[in-house]
Design a binder for this molecule. Structure first.
Ligand code: ADP
Ligand code: ZN
Length: 616
């Protein structure tokens, strides 16, 4: 594609096959094309790559992309080459003779993009090589890795400030999906960006539907959720290795193509499972949080958490792996009192110093508060990241089925008094027995039937008391002491509530039947659903894609995204010209794959009118 100096919109159309820029992309591209340094904050899946790939093609010279993730480099380069872009990467996995060819191409000026890990870039040999090449820009991906306060600090990133000294005339872009105000400042300083333009996109991922459920037989709940996503690729996160193994096995028994992934597995097997997830259709990966960094699979249809993550940031990052292609996706989580207790315990027992523990505690509290929200879940999430979202989104569990709330002040007082009267020494089960006035051996042993709180809670069920307790723990009124088998104690903040100076509004526990509504069709145009009559064509197109991908040794989505196949079904292009007008079809892919897909389409003539009309 080299040296044709096309405009950004032309490249978008011809190379990527997209009609329009996403919010923010064009302004960023223009700034870099003009030679400005930039700081770009965009959520995962927002479309950051285009923001440096296109200017690298518009400006003379090669764009240098710094990325810490080798797997990600390989996939991006493969996808770019498919689209006809002269892209390459240099790292230890590249054979030496090929390295020589890439270096030659770099000096000759016949590369559009070169991907490098920071440690490679910073070698004197590489820097000297770059000084002999014409450079379009530096794009520093995952730029938050330069921040020592961030959660992904990498020593190598600190060295990247040499770029400012050795290549003062080359524009530099720092890109990240996670950076609070403090980290942003650090990125600008440590990378020595010069008068950078700052672009901060909304953190909203409108195609992701968020829902959080109370644990009530997590295995069954997960099975029911996965039933709705049968055959679709997704990620299930668990806290422990053992649970990963067990869950993967249970899902396999239910006929899902589920594979475990955790740090305790042999690395070869881990790599195989990751590869299968990327390359095959419909694999469910069951993993600890060890999985996901650098996974750039755009068609992940769901991310399920059967254990709580550590913070809202972690949750947002993990769920952000769903639906990068903009198609409907689900972020689904179940949690219960046990999770709260266990995570609190992990914080207290960690080796961190007091200040860090305090931070971790407050991050966990923010997450728990978010789990228990009684208003739009998305709005709460976005406010956490400093956005100012509309009050309702229409695509989260709360908006779709608003929970009933009730004034639980009196019941909370009863529960807390009972905790105090029994000496703050007992766990949930016994405290509830006392409240409900049960005659158990433990009650007899401790003579708890004589307490004033014995039997004052007979009007609520065990489930209701547990729900109340969980919400009080989540809100920090009651603590559960892991050192003493989960003994319940009152937090300092419980006093005003006990004295009736504050009230507490609680969620009413409904065993929500899952909403039958299909995931959102709100903010973006993904209204078209494959109907039963189109099913054979859809499957045939997917088979064709898998076959072509296998032949090329590529993941299927590199051939075409789901959205593009769906457009084939809807529009039924009958010629190469018509196919070129479909979203996601560029010139290079048309030449490579057009005929094959046309043949499949021709084998499936449309039966009757109406079968392809877009769903309302
Ligand atoms: P990020 O790096 O920000 O996580 P990517 O650059 O991987 O996101 O983009 C996510 C997905 O969105 C990719 O599949 C990409 O092809 C697609 N995409 C990016 N920009 C556009 C656009 N303007 N129109 C349609 N799809 C786009
Ligand atoms: Zn909502």
């Amino acid at each position: 594609m080299l040296n044709m100096y096309r405009s950004a919109p032309e490249i978008l159309r011809e190379i990527y096959g997209y009609d329009a820029f996403r919010p923010g992309q064009e302004a960023i591209i223009n700034a870099v094309v003009e030679g400005r340094d930039c700081l770009v904050l965009m959520p995962t899946g927002g479309g950051k790559s285009l923001c440096y790939q296109i200017p690298a093609m518009v400006r003379p010279g090669v764009g240098i992309v710094v990325s810490p993730l080798i797997a990600l480099m390989q996939d991006q380069v493969a996808a770019l080459r498919q689209a006809g872009v002269a892209a390459a990467f240099l790292n230890s996995t590249v054979p030496w003779f090929e390295q020589g060819e890439i270096k030659d191409a770099l000096i000759r000026g016949s590369l559009d993009l070169l991907y490098l890990a920071p440690e490679r870039l910073l070698q004197e040999e590489t820097l000297a090589l770059l000084e002999n090449a014409e450079l379009a820009l530096f794009a520093i991906d995952e730029a938050h890795c330069v921040s020592q306060w961030g959660h992904d600090f990498r020593q190598d990133y600190l060295g990247l400030n040499v770029l400012a000294q050795r290549f003062p005339a080359v524009p530099r872009m720092a890109l990240t999906a996670t950076a609070d105000a403090r980290t942003r400042g650090e990125i600008v300083n440590r990378l020595a960006l010069k008068g950078p333009m700052r672009f901060v996109s909304s953190f909203d991922r409108p195609n992701i539907r968020y829902s959080v459920r109370i644990k009530d037989g997590a295995g069954k709940q997960l099975a029911a959720f996965l039933e709705e996503h049968r055959g679709e690729p997704g990620i299930v996160y668990c806290l422990s290795r053992r649970k990963v193994e067990e869950t993967a096995e249970a899902l396999r028994a239910l006929g899902h193509d589920a594979l475990p992934y955790h740090a305790g597995m042999a690395s070869a097997q881990r790599a195989t499972h990751q590869m299968r997830f990327l390359r095959q259709d419909g694999v469910v990966i069951v993993a600890t949080v060890a999985f996901g960094m650098g996974i750039d699979k755009p068609d992940v249809r769901f991310v399920a958490h059967v254990d709580l993550p550590k913070s809202v940031e972690a949750y947002y990052q993990e769920t952000g792996r769903a639906g990068r292609d903009g198609e409907p996706a689900e972020a689904w989580m179940v949690y219960g009192l046990q999770d709260v207790v266990r995570l609190r315990q992990m914080v207290e027992q960690s080796a961190a110093d007091d200040q860090h523990k305090r931070i971790e505690r407050s991050k966990l509290d923010a997450l728990l508060g978010w789990c228990e929200v009684t208003a739009c879940r998305r709005a709460a999430l976005l406010r956490y990241f400093g956005d100012e979202p509309p009050a309702e989104c229409g695509n989260c569990d709360v908006c779709l089925a608003p929970p009933k709330t009730w004034d639980g002040t009196v019941e909370a007082q009863k529960l807390m008094s009972c905790i105090v009267r029994t000496g703050q020494r007992f766990g949930a089960a016994h405290v509830i027995d006392v409240l409900r006035g049960r005659d158990t051996p433990k009650v007899r042993q401790h003579r708890h039937a004589e307490l004033s709180t014995f039997g004052i809670g007979a009007d609520l069920t065990d489930t209701q008391w547990r729900s109340l307790l969980r919400q009080l723990v989540a809100r920090g009124y009651v603590d559960s002491d892991p050192g003493r088998y989960g003994a319940l104690t009152l937090a300092r903040s419980a006093r005003p509530l006990l004295r009736g100076e504050v009230a507490v509004t609680l969620r009413e526990e409904t065993k929500l039947a899952r909403s039958k509504k299909k995931p959102a069709t709100t903010n973006r145009d993904h209204g078209f659903q494959i109907g039963a009559t189109d099913e054979p064509l859809w499957e045939a197109l997917r088979e064709c894609r898998l076959r072509l991908a296998d032949q090329a040794g590529l993941p299927p989505y590199v051939v075409f995204h789901d959205a593009t196949l769906r457009e084939f079904v809807r529009l039924r292009p009958a010629s190469l010209d018509a196919m070129l007008r479909v979203h996601g079809v560029g010139q290079s892919k048309l030449e490579r794959y057009g005929e094959e897909f046309l043949a499949v389409l021709a084998e499936h003539p449309q039966h009757s009118a109406g079968s392809t009309s877009p769903a309302a």
